[in-house]
Design a protein around this ligand. Structure first.
Ligand code: KG4
Ligand code: ZN
Length: 342
């Protein structure tokens, strides 16, 4: 086949998502993309509770599949293959979506496609394009991962750098928690930072001087913690009026290293195209800073819409479509892997 219709399920963390995508290797249409967020359920615990997540995935999934088919105007038997995230993620959450997609593949006698969540993020900047997947330097910044890869073509990704400790999104979430901001912290810090001075505190730009392309955000996290307790020796808690400057300065430190190392990576392999994906790439300040730097270095930048930057099933369907059109079907005996490498 040169084109196909793929239904995909994403259930690696706290969003249940189902999408239907149709297209070929160059161009696709998202026929439907449904998301049921569990953020309100987990917020009261300050983070994702795995047992609650998997139960809510299984409750949310069936209605989401029905509405994905309805919104796409399709019947179950018009789907060419069923895809699902196999990892990385929470084991019990992954199992719900992975097993459901297998069951649909068996019931319809169609292929099953087991997909890497990070490959979904990585390729998401190409979903809206008309030229398929182009070679590029890819910055992937999510809640669990911070990576720079040299994407040569579909399936060929060379890791150039990664975080040695916390992922960028994880740093946002942990610093937000220290500041008493709700989960997930990324959007909260971005909002709060808007009223602040990014130069108020000189937080460390870790590993920037070294020639390598790896990241470390735990020192930055500790620096924020020290600043909070120095400013508030009695309570150890940041006051509301201190939050904008702390958030803006923290964010400036994260963004500076992300941008500099991405540009450095592109220069190291003489690439002139950069893509950015994952939840943290929703961040407006990061988008602006990366766009600026790419302009200055005459590099082309591709970032997807915010809806496709955070967890979604369209990105899983997109990888699924590329696998399907290359006959890279998965065996029904294949398993999930919470630590699945790219
Ligand atoms: O890609 P994603 O939805 O899920 C994972 O695969 O991890 O990323 C979620 C992460 C969270 O850490 C969240 O705080 C962060 O992305 N995030 C942001 C923003 N929106 C989401 N970080 C900074 N600024 C944002 N606007
Ligand atoms: Zn993700």
């Amino acid at each position: 086949a040169t084109s196909a219709t793929i239904l995909a399920i994403e259930s690696s963390c706290d969003e249940t998502a189902v999408a239907i995508l149709r297209g070929d290797l160059n161009q696709v249409d998202i026929l439907s993309s449904e998301i049921s967020s569990q953020i309100d359920i987990h917020r009261q615990y300050g983070g994702v509770v795995p047992e609650l997540a998997s139960r809510n995935h299984s409750l949310a999934l069936r209605p989401l599949i029905d509405s994905a088919l309805k919104n796409a105007g399709l019947q179950f038997n018009q789907i060419d293959a069923f895809a699902a995230t196999a990892g990385p993620g929470l084991a019990s959450s992954l199992l719900v979506g992975h097993t459901a997609a297998k069951a649909m593949a068996v019931a319809s006698k169609k292929p099953f496609l087991s997909i890497n969540h990070m490959e979904g993020h990585l390729l998401s900047p190409f979903i809206a394009g008309k030229t398929g997947i182009q070679p590029n330097i890819s910055l992937v910044v999510s809640g669990g991962h911070t990576m720079i890869l040299h994407t040569k073509q579909f399936g060929e990704y060379i890791l150039l750098g990664k975080s040695m400790d916390d992922a960028a999104g994880e740093a946002y979430d942990k610093v937000a928690k220290m500041l008493g901001l709700p989960y997930p912290g990324g959007p909260e810090i971005e909002k709060t930072a808007r009223g602040g001075n990014p130069e108020a505190y000189a937080f460390p730009r870790s590993m920037l001087k070294r020639g390598n392309l790896d990241f470390s955000f735990s020192g930055l996290k500790t620096a924020v913690l020290y600043t909070i307790s120095e400013l508030n020796p009695e309570t150890g808690q940041a006051k509301a009026e201190q939050l904008p400057d702390i958030c803006a300065s923290f964010q400036a430190a994260v963004i500076e290293v992300l941008v500099k190392k991405t540009i450095r990576s592109a220069q190291s392999v003489s690439a002139d195209r950069i893509t950015m994906s994952g939840g943290v790439s929703c961040n407006g300040a990061l988008r602006d800073a990366m766009a600026d730097a790419c302009n200055r270095h005459s590099m082309q930048l591709e970032i997807c819409s915010k809806h496709l930057s955070t967890d979604n099933a369209a990105m899983i369907a997109y990888v699924g479509l590329h696998k399907f059109l290359r006959n890279q079907y998965s065996d029904l005996s294949c398993d999930i892997d919470p630590n699945l490498p790219l």
